[in-house]
Design a protein around this ligand. Structure first.
Ligand code: UDX
Length: 455
Protein backbone atom coordinates (compact mmCIF):
# COMPACT_ATOMS: atom_id res chain seq x y z
CA UNK A 1 0.00 0.00 0.00
CA UNK A 2 1.01 3.62 -0.45
CA UNK A 3 1.43 5.32 2.90
CA UNK A 4 2.62 8.65 4.20
CA UNK A 5 3.92 9.52 7.65
CA UNK A 6 3.60 13.18 8.56
CA UNK A 7 6.07 14.28 11.21
CA UNK A 8 9.23 12.16 11.19
CA UNK A 9 10.49 12.87 14.68
CA UNK A 10 11.21 9.91 16.88
CA UNK A 11 7.89 8.16 16.55
CA UNK A 12 7.25 9.09 12.91
CA UNK A 13 10.68 8.14 11.59
CA UNK A 14 10.56 4.74 13.29
CA UNK A 15 7.02 4.21 12.03
CA UNK A 16 7.89 5.18 8.45
CA UNK A 17 10.90 2.85 8.28
CA UNK A 18 8.97 0.04 10.00
CA UNK A 19 6.10 0.31 7.51
CA UNK A 20 8.62 0.12 4.63
CA UNK A 21 10.06 -2.95 6.35
CA UNK A 22 6.57 -4.50 6.13
CA UNK A 23 6.68 -3.98 2.34
CA UNK A 24 4.64 -0.77 2.01
CA UNK A 25 5.62 2.19 -0.13
CA UNK A 26 6.19 5.00 2.34
CA UNK A 27 6.82 8.71 2.09
CA UNK A 28 7.80 10.55 5.26
CA UNK A 29 7.19 14.29 5.51
CA UNK A 30 8.54 16.89 7.87
CA UNK A 31 8.75 20.68 7.84
CA UNK A 32 12.32 20.36 9.14
CA UNK A 33 14.34 20.29 5.88
CA UNK A 34 17.54 19.31 7.69
CA UNK A 35 15.91 16.22 9.15
CA UNK A 36 14.55 15.24 5.74
CA UNK A 37 18.03 15.59 4.22
CA UNK A 38 19.52 13.43 6.96
CA UNK A 39 16.92 10.69 6.66
CA UNK A 40 17.11 10.71 2.86
CA UNK A 41 20.87 10.23 3.16
CA UNK A 42 20.33 7.25 5.48
CA UNK A 43 21.59 9.08 8.58
CA UNK A 44 19.69 8.22 11.74
CA UNK A 45 19.03 11.54 13.54
CA UNK A 46 18.86 9.76 16.93
CA UNK A 47 20.27 6.68 18.58
CA UNK A 48 17.78 3.84 18.48
CA UNK A 49 18.86 0.19 18.25
CA UNK A 50 17.91 -1.31 14.87
CA UNK A 51 16.63 1.94 13.35
CA UNK A 52 19.65 2.74 11.16
CA UNK A 53 19.37 -0.76 9.66
CA UNK A 54 15.69 -0.56 8.71
CA UNK A 55 16.18 3.00 7.42
CA UNK A 56 19.01 1.80 5.16
CA UNK A 57 16.99 -1.20 3.97
CA UNK A 58 13.94 0.96 3.22
CA UNK A 59 15.97 3.49 1.22
CA UNK A 60 17.85 0.78 -0.67
CA UNK A 61 14.59 -0.99 -1.58
CA UNK A 62 13.25 2.21 -3.13
CA UNK A 63 10.12 1.87 -0.96
CA UNK A 64 11.03 4.63 1.52
CA UNK A 65 11.28 8.33 0.63
CA UNK A 66 11.22 11.62 2.47
CA UNK A 67 9.94 15.05 1.50
CA UNK A 68 9.04 18.50 2.81
CA UNK A 69 6.27 18.99 0.24
CA UNK A 70 2.67 18.00 1.00
CA UNK A 71 1.95 17.75 -2.73
CA UNK A 72 4.11 14.58 -2.77
CA UNK A 73 1.57 12.92 -0.44
CA UNK A 74 -1.42 13.32 -2.71
CA UNK A 75 -1.58 9.73 -4.00
CA UNK A 76 -1.07 7.93 -0.67
CA UNK A 77 -4.03 5.83 0.51
CA UNK A 78 -3.14 6.07 4.19
CA UNK A 79 -1.61 9.04 6.06
CA UNK A 80 -0.16 8.58 9.53
CA UNK A 81 0.09 11.62 11.82
CA UNK A 82 3.26 11.32 13.91
CA UNK A 83 3.47 14.93 15.14
CA UNK A 84 4.82 15.81 18.55
CA UNK A 85 2.45 17.20 21.18
CA UNK A 86 4.87 18.85 23.64
CA UNK A 87 3.94 20.56 26.90
CA UNK A 88 2.71 24.12 26.29
CA UNK A 89 4.98 26.94 27.35
CA UNK A 90 2.16 28.55 29.36
CA UNK A 91 0.98 25.59 31.43
CA UNK A 92 0.51 21.84 31.78
CA UNK A 93 -1.64 21.31 28.65
CA UNK A 94 -0.48 19.72 25.38
CA UNK A 95 0.51 22.00 22.50
CA UNK A 96 -1.48 20.68 19.54
CA UNK A 97 -0.39 23.39 17.10
CA UNK A 98 1.92 21.10 15.06
CA UNK A 99 -0.86 18.54 14.74
CA UNK A 100 -3.46 21.10 13.64
CA UNK A 101 -1.08 22.71 11.14
CA UNK A 102 -0.27 19.30 9.63
CA UNK A 103 -3.93 18.33 9.34
CA UNK A 104 -4.74 21.64 7.60
CA UNK A 105 -1.90 21.12 5.10
CA UNK A 106 -2.94 17.51 4.53
CA UNK A 107 -6.60 18.47 4.03
CA UNK A 108 -5.51 20.70 1.16
CA UNK A 109 -4.08 17.74 -0.83
CA UNK A 110 -6.69 15.09 0.08
CA UNK A 111 -9.31 15.97 -2.57
CA UNK A 112 -6.74 14.91 -5.22
CA UNK A 113 -7.87 11.29 -4.67
CA UNK A 114 -11.28 12.19 -6.01
CA UNK A 115 -13.48 10.30 -3.57
CA UNK A 116 -11.32 7.11 -3.41
CA UNK A 117 -11.19 5.82 0.19
CA UNK A 118 -8.39 7.58 2.07
CA UNK A 119 -7.45 6.89 5.65
CA UNK A 120 -5.88 9.32 8.11
CA UNK A 121 -4.40 7.63 11.18
CA UNK A 122 -3.53 9.65 14.28
CA UNK A 123 -0.62 8.26 16.29
CA UNK A 124 0.21 11.28 18.45
CA UNK A 125 -0.64 11.34 22.15
CA UNK A 126 -3.53 13.79 22.52
CA UNK A 127 -6.17 14.87 25.04
CA UNK A 128 -9.51 13.07 24.75
CA UNK A 129 -11.75 14.89 22.30
CA UNK A 130 -8.98 15.81 19.84
CA UNK A 131 -9.72 13.04 17.33
CA UNK A 132 -13.43 13.81 17.14
CA UNK A 133 -12.62 17.48 16.45
CA UNK A 134 -10.17 16.55 13.69
CA UNK A 135 -12.62 14.04 12.20
CA UNK A 136 -15.22 16.81 11.84
CA UNK A 137 -12.96 18.75 9.50
CA UNK A 138 -11.15 15.86 7.73
CA UNK A 139 -14.20 13.76 7.00
CA UNK A 140 -15.80 16.67 5.15
CA UNK A 141 -13.61 15.59 2.23
CA UNK A 142 -15.36 12.82 0.32
CA UNK A 143 -13.98 9.33 1.07
CA UNK A 144 -11.75 10.38 4.00
CA UNK A 145 -11.88 8.43 7.30
CA UNK A 146 -10.00 8.96 10.54
CA UNK A 147 -8.75 6.33 13.01
CA UNK A 148 -6.91 7.14 16.26
CA UNK A 149 -4.23 4.50 16.67
CA UNK A 150 -2.06 5.43 19.66
CA UNK A 151 1.57 4.39 19.78
CA UNK A 152 2.98 2.65 22.85
CA UNK A 153 6.62 2.35 21.77
CA UNK A 154 9.45 2.68 24.24
CA UNK A 155 12.68 4.37 23.28
CA UNK A 156 15.43 1.80 23.05
CA UNK A 157 12.88 -0.79 21.84
CA UNK A 158 11.08 1.39 19.32
CA UNK A 159 11.54 -0.83 16.27
CA UNK A 160 10.58 -3.99 18.12
CA UNK A 161 7.58 -2.28 19.76
CA UNK A 162 6.36 -1.06 16.35
CA UNK A 163 6.73 -4.37 14.54
CA UNK A 164 5.72 -6.60 17.47
CA UNK A 165 3.39 -4.53 19.64
CA UNK A 166 1.64 -5.86 22.78
CA UNK A 167 -1.68 -4.70 21.39
CA UNK A 168 -3.05 -2.50 18.65
CA UNK A 169 -5.76 0.03 19.48
CA UNK A 170 -8.09 1.59 16.88
CA UNK A 171 -10.22 4.53 17.96
CA UNK A 172 -13.10 5.09 15.50
CA UNK A 173 -16.23 7.21 15.31
CA UNK A 174 -18.57 4.23 15.69
CA UNK A 175 -16.91 1.10 17.15
CA UNK A 176 -19.96 -1.10 16.50
CA UNK A 177 -20.09 -0.28 12.80
CA UNK A 178 -16.68 -1.66 11.73
CA UNK A 179 -16.31 -0.15 8.30
CA UNK A 180 -13.78 0.96 5.75
CA UNK A 181 -11.39 2.55 8.23
CA UNK A 182 -10.96 -0.69 10.20
CA UNK A 183 -10.50 -2.75 7.03
CA UNK A 184 -7.91 -0.34 5.63
CA UNK A 185 -5.85 -0.20 8.80
CA UNK A 186 -6.07 -4.01 9.11
CA UNK A 187 -4.60 -4.21 5.62
CA UNK A 188 -1.70 -1.93 6.60
CA UNK A 189 -0.97 -4.01 9.70
CA UNK A 190 -1.81 -7.40 8.12
CA UNK A 191 1.58 -8.96 8.92
CA UNK A 192 1.56 -7.69 12.48
CA UNK A 193 -1.99 -8.92 13.07
CA UNK A 194 -1.25 -12.33 11.55
CA UNK A 195 1.27 -12.78 14.35
CA UNK A 196 -1.71 -12.99 16.73
CA UNK A 197 -1.54 -9.51 18.26
CA UNK A 198 -4.79 -8.39 19.92
CA UNK A 199 -6.52 -5.63 17.99
CA UNK A 200 -9.01 -3.60 20.00
CA UNK A 201 -11.58 -1.35 18.31
CA UNK A 202 -13.16 1.36 20.45
CA UNK A 203 -14.44 4.93 20.32
CA UNK A 204 -12.16 7.89 19.63
CA UNK A 205 -12.15 9.17 23.22
CA UNK A 206 -11.53 5.71 24.67
CA UNK A 207 -8.51 5.14 22.42
CA UNK A 208 -7.11 8.54 23.37
CA UNK A 209 -7.61 7.74 27.04
CA UNK A 210 -6.03 4.28 26.72
CA UNK A 211 -2.76 5.91 25.71
CA UNK A 212 -2.64 8.61 28.37
CA UNK A 213 -3.86 6.30 31.10
CA UNK A 214 -1.19 3.71 30.20
CA UNK A 215 1.50 6.35 30.62
CA UNK A 216 -0.11 7.66 33.81
CA UNK A 217 -0.17 4.14 35.23
CA UNK A 218 3.50 3.55 34.45
CA UNK A 219 4.47 6.90 35.97
CA UNK A 220 2.38 6.10 39.05
CA UNK A 221 4.10 2.75 39.49
CA UNK A 222 7.52 4.40 39.41
CA UNK A 223 6.50 7.20 41.76
CA UNK A 224 4.86 4.67 44.08
CA UNK A 225 8.12 2.81 44.59
CA UNK A 226 9.98 6.10 44.85
CA UNK A 227 7.56 7.22 47.57
CA UNK A 228 8.40 3.95 49.35
CA UNK A 229 12.07 4.90 48.92
CA UNK A 230 11.35 8.13 50.81
CA UNK A 231 9.86 6.06 53.65
CA UNK A 232 12.85 3.74 53.55
CA UNK A 233 15.11 6.74 53.97
CA UNK A 234 13.06 7.76 57.01
CA UNK A 235 13.12 4.28 58.58
CA UNK A 236 16.37 2.65 57.49
CA UNK A 237 14.52 0.07 55.38
CA UNK A 238 15.71 -1.07 51.95
CA UNK A 239 13.49 -0.23 48.95
CA UNK A 240 15.03 -2.90 46.73
CA UNK A 241 13.68 -5.60 49.05
CA UNK A 242 10.27 -3.92 48.95
CA UNK A 243 10.36 -3.92 45.11
CA UNK A 244 11.33 -7.55 45.03
CA UNK A 245 8.67 -8.63 47.49
CA UNK A 246 5.92 -6.55 45.85
CA UNK A 247 6.89 -7.75 42.39
CA UNK A 248 6.40 -11.39 43.37
CA UNK A 249 2.70 -10.73 43.70
CA UNK A 250 1.34 -11.51 40.22
CA UNK A 251 -1.28 -8.82 40.61
CA UNK A 252 1.45 -6.18 41.01
CA UNK A 253 4.25 -7.57 38.81
CA UNK A 254 7.91 -6.58 39.03
CA UNK A 255 8.18 -4.24 36.04
CA UNK A 256 8.43 -0.47 36.54
CA UNK A 257 9.16 -0.93 40.22
CA UNK A 258 12.81 0.11 40.05
CA UNK A 259 13.31 3.00 42.40
CA UNK A 260 15.84 5.74 41.81
CA UNK A 261 16.05 9.21 40.43
CA UNK A 262 12.73 8.76 38.65
CA UNK A 263 11.20 9.06 35.22
CA UNK A 264 12.07 11.52 32.49
CA UNK A 265 11.98 11.62 28.71
CA UNK A 266 9.73 13.14 26.11
CA UNK A 267 6.60 11.24 27.17
CA UNK A 268 5.83 10.32 30.77
CA UNK A 269 6.44 13.73 32.42
CA UNK A 270 4.62 15.82 29.83
CA UNK A 271 1.88 13.27 29.26
CA UNK A 272 0.84 13.11 32.91
CA UNK A 273 0.76 16.92 33.05
CA UNK A 274 -1.29 17.14 29.86
CA UNK A 275 -3.62 14.49 31.30
CA UNK A 276 -4.12 16.57 34.47
CA UNK A 277 -4.79 19.70 32.38
CA UNK A 278 -7.27 17.96 30.10
CA UNK A 279 -9.13 16.40 33.06
CA UNK A 280 -9.44 19.87 34.59
CA UNK A 281 -10.75 21.28 31.30
CA UNK A 282 -13.35 18.51 31.30
CA UNK A 283 -14.41 19.34 34.87
CA UNK A 284 -12.97 16.01 36.11
CA UNK A 285 -9.77 17.37 37.64
CA UNK A 286 -10.39 15.63 40.97
CA UNK A 287 -10.09 12.22 39.33
CA UNK A 288 -6.44 12.89 38.52
CA UNK A 289 -5.45 14.86 41.62
CA UNK A 290 -3.13 11.97 42.55
CA UNK A 291 -1.09 12.53 39.38
CA UNK A 292 0.10 15.87 40.77
CA UNK A 293 1.63 13.90 43.63
CA UNK A 294 3.11 11.38 41.17
CA UNK A 295 4.83 14.33 39.47
CA UNK A 296 5.90 15.84 42.81
CA UNK A 297 7.45 12.58 44.10
CA UNK A 298 9.33 12.33 40.82
CA UNK A 299 10.70 15.88 41.11
CA UNK A 300 11.67 15.36 44.77
CA UNK A 301 13.94 12.42 43.90
CA UNK A 302 16.10 14.70 41.74
CA UNK A 303 16.46 17.13 44.62
CA UNK A 304 17.20 14.27 47.03
CA UNK A 305 20.25 13.21 45.00
CA UNK A 306 21.70 16.69 45.37
CA UNK A 307 21.00 16.62 49.12
CA UNK A 308 22.77 13.26 49.36
CA UNK A 309 25.77 14.72 47.52
CA UNK A 310 25.83 17.53 50.08
CA UNK A 311 25.59 15.05 52.97
CA UNK A 312 28.62 13.23 51.58
CA UNK A 313 30.77 16.20 50.55
CA UNK A 314 29.58 19.13 52.62
CA UNK A 315 29.41 22.41 50.65
CA UNK A 316 29.57 21.58 46.94
CA UNK A 317 31.41 24.66 45.72
CA UNK A 318 34.61 23.67 43.97
CA UNK A 319 34.10 19.91 44.48
CA UNK A 320 34.73 17.57 41.54
CA UNK A 321 31.73 15.44 40.72
CA UNK A 322 31.36 12.97 37.86
CA UNK A 323 27.89 12.14 36.59
CA UNK A 324 27.55 8.80 34.80
CA UNK A 325 24.76 9.24 32.27
CA UNK A 326 23.04 12.11 30.49
CA UNK A 327 20.24 10.33 28.60
CA UNK A 328 16.89 9.93 30.39
CA UNK A 329 17.34 6.17 30.09
CA UNK A 330 19.93 3.77 28.67
CA UNK A 331 20.07 2.85 24.96
CA UNK A 332 18.84 6.31 24.03
CA UNK A 333 20.48 9.65 23.25
CA UNK A 334 17.34 11.50 24.31
CA UNK A 335 17.96 14.07 27.05
CA UNK A 336 14.47 15.57 27.21
CA UNK A 337 13.58 16.09 30.88
CA UNK A 338 16.48 13.83 31.80
CA UNK A 339 16.82 13.36 35.58
CA UNK A 340 20.60 12.97 35.15
CA UNK A 341 20.94 16.34 33.45
CA UNK A 342 18.68 18.10 35.91
CA UNK A 343 20.82 16.80 38.78
CA UNK A 344 23.99 17.87 36.92
CA UNK A 345 22.55 21.38 36.45
CA UNK A 346 21.61 21.66 40.11
CA UNK A 347 25.10 20.59 41.16
CA UNK A 348 26.62 23.12 38.75
CA UNK A 349 24.36 25.81 40.19
CA UNK A 350 25.78 24.94 43.63
CA UNK A 351 29.29 25.65 42.36
CA UNK A 352 30.47 22.04 41.90
CA UNK A 353 32.84 21.17 39.03
CA UNK A 354 30.69 18.63 37.23
CA UNK A 355 31.80 16.33 34.40
CA UNK A 356 29.11 14.37 32.61
CA UNK A 357 29.79 11.25 30.59
CA UNK A 358 27.42 9.18 28.44
CA UNK A 359 27.99 6.75 25.57
CA UNK A 360 25.48 8.42 23.21
CA UNK A 361 23.83 11.54 24.58
CA UNK A 362 26.64 14.07 25.09
CA UNK A 363 26.01 16.10 21.93
CA UNK A 364 22.37 16.53 22.86
CA UNK A 365 23.30 17.28 26.48
CA UNK A 366 25.73 20.02 25.42
CA UNK A 367 23.05 21.61 23.27
CA UNK A 368 20.65 21.62 26.19
CA UNK A 369 22.89 22.93 28.99
CA UNK A 370 25.19 25.81 28.34
CA UNK A 371 28.66 25.40 29.80
CA UNK A 372 28.22 21.70 30.53
CA UNK A 373 31.56 19.92 30.84
CA UNK A 374 31.45 16.53 29.14
CA UNK A 375 33.90 13.69 28.60
CA UNK A 376 33.06 10.79 26.31
CA UNK A 377 35.59 8.40 27.84
CA UNK A 378 34.14 7.17 31.12
CA UNK A 379 37.55 6.39 32.65
CA UNK A 380 38.76 9.91 31.85
CA UNK A 381 35.57 11.37 33.27
CA UNK A 382 36.08 9.43 36.50
CA UNK A 383 39.68 10.49 36.94
CA UNK A 384 40.07 12.73 39.96
CA UNK A 385 36.40 12.68 41.00
CA UNK A 386 35.57 13.30 44.63
CA UNK A 387 32.08 11.92 44.14
CA UNK A 388 30.54 9.74 41.41
CA UNK A 389 26.81 9.75 40.62
CA UNK A 390 25.31 6.93 38.57
CA UNK A 391 22.17 8.48 37.08
CA UNK A 392 21.52 6.56 33.83
CA UNK A 393 21.94 2.81 34.05
CA UNK A 394 23.90 2.07 30.86
CA UNK A 395 25.25 -1.47 30.89
CA UNK A 396 28.83 -0.24 31.04
CA UNK A 397 28.15 1.71 34.25
CA UNK A 398 26.29 -1.19 35.84
CA UNK A 399 29.31 -3.37 35.05
CA UNK A 400 31.92 -0.98 36.50
CA UNK A 401 34.44 -2.77 38.63
CA UNK A 402 34.57 -1.07 42.03
CA UNK A 403 38.25 -1.87 42.59
CA UNK A 404 39.44 -0.60 39.20
CA UNK A 405 37.17 2.44 39.43
CA UNK A 406 38.52 3.32 42.87
CA UNK A 407 41.96 3.69 41.31
CA UNK A 408 40.69 6.40 38.98
CA UNK A 409 38.91 8.67 41.41
CA UNK A 410 40.35 11.05 43.97
CA UNK A 411 38.05 9.74 46.70
CA UNK A 412 35.88 6.62 46.50
CA UNK A 413 32.40 7.99 47.07
CA UNK A 414 29.41 6.99 44.94
CA UNK A 415 25.67 7.57 44.81
CA UNK A 416 23.74 4.90 42.95
CA UNK A 417 20.80 6.91 41.63
CA UNK A 418 19.34 3.98 39.67
CA UNK A 419 19.55 1.20 42.28
CA UNK A 420 21.58 -1.07 40.03
CA UNK A 421 24.83 -1.59 41.93
CA UNK A 422 25.52 -4.08 44.71
CA UNK A 423 26.36 -2.02 47.80
CA UNK A 424 28.31 -4.82 49.45
CA UNK A 425 30.76 -5.07 46.51
CA UNK A 426 31.37 -1.34 46.42
CA UNK A 427 31.72 -1.02 50.17
CA UNK A 428 34.07 -3.99 50.23
CA UNK A 429 36.27 -2.12 47.73
CA UNK A 430 36.41 0.82 50.12
CA UNK A 431 33.73 3.04 48.64
CA UNK A 432 31.46 5.26 50.66
CA UNK A 433 28.29 4.05 48.96
CA UNK A 434 24.89 5.68 49.12
CA UNK A 435 21.73 4.92 47.16
CA UNK A 436 18.24 6.35 47.15
CA UNK A 437 15.98 4.41 49.50
CA UNK A 438 18.70 2.13 50.79
CA UNK A 439 20.23 2.16 54.25
CA UNK A 440 23.55 3.76 54.93
CA UNK A 441 26.01 1.02 55.75
CA UNK A 442 26.55 0.41 59.43
CA UNK A 443 30.10 1.50 60.22
CA UNK A 444 31.12 -2.15 60.70
CA UNK A 445 30.23 -2.84 57.05
CA UNK A 446 32.93 -0.54 55.78
CA UNK A 447 35.72 -2.92 54.87
CA UNK A 448 38.71 -0.85 53.77
CA UNK A 449 40.36 -2.23 50.69
CA UNK A 450 44.10 -2.69 51.27
CA UNK A 451 44.78 -1.70 47.67
CA UNK A 452 43.27 1.69 48.29
CA UNK A 453 45.88 2.48 50.87
CA UNK A 454 48.24 2.89 47.92
CA UNK A 455 46.38 6.00 46.67
C1 UDX B 1 7.18 5.62 27.72
C2 UDX B 1 6.20 4.45 27.74
O1 UDX B 1 6.81 3.32 28.38
C3 UDX B 1 5.78 4.09 26.32
O2 UDX B 1 4.82 3.04 26.33
C4 UDX B 1 5.19 5.32 25.67
O3 UDX B 1 4.83 5.05 24.32
C5 UDX B 1 6.18 6.49 25.71
O4 UDX B 1 6.59 6.73 27.05
P1 UDX B 1 9.79 5.88 27.19
O5 UDX B 1 9.62 7.35 27.30
O6 UDX B 1 10.62 5.32 26.09
O7 UDX B 1 8.36 5.17 27.03
O8 UDX B 1 10.41 5.42 28.56
P2 UDX B 1 10.18 4.26 29.64
O9 UDX B 1 10.91 3.03 29.30
O10 UDX B 1 8.74 4.12 29.93
O11 UDX B 1 10.92 4.92 30.88
C6 UDX B 1 10.52 6.21 31.36
C7 UDX B 1 11.38 6.66 32.49
O12 UDX B 1 11.08 5.92 33.65
C8 UDX B 1 12.90 6.53 32.26
O13 UDX B 1 13.49 7.73 32.71
C9 UDX B 1 13.28 5.35 33.12
O14 UDX B 1 14.61 5.43 33.57
C10 UDX B 1 12.28 5.48 34.26
N1 UDX B 1 11.99 4.22 34.96
C11 UDX B 1 11.46 3.16 34.28
C12 UDX B 1 12.23 4.12 36.32
O15 UDX B 1 12.69 5.08 36.97
N2 UDX B 1 11.92 2.95 36.96
C13 UDX B 1 11.40 1.89 36.32
O16 UDX B 1 11.14 0.87 36.98
C14 UDX B 1 11.16 1.99 34.93
Amino acid sequence: MKLSVIGVGYLGAVHAASMAELGHEVIGLDVDARRIEQLSAGEAPFHEPGFAEILARGLASGRLHFTTDYADLADAEVHFLGLGTPQRADGFGADLSHLHAAVDSLAAVLPARDGAATLVVGKSTVPAGTARGLAESLERVDGVHLVWNPEFLREGFAVQDTLEPDRVVYGVRDPDAGGTEVEMLDAVYAQILEGGVQRLVMGFETAELVKVSANAFLATKISFINAMAELCEATGADVTDISRALGMDDRIGNKFLRSGVGFGGGCLPKDIRAFIASAEDLGAGQALGFLREVDAVNQRRRVRVVELAREMLGPLRGRRITVLGAAFKPDSDDVRDSPALEVASRLMASGAHVTVTDPEALANAERRIEGLVTEADASEALRGAELVLLLTEWREYRDLDPIATARLVAAPRIIDGRTVLTPRDWRAAGWEFRALGRPEAPVADHVPDPELALF
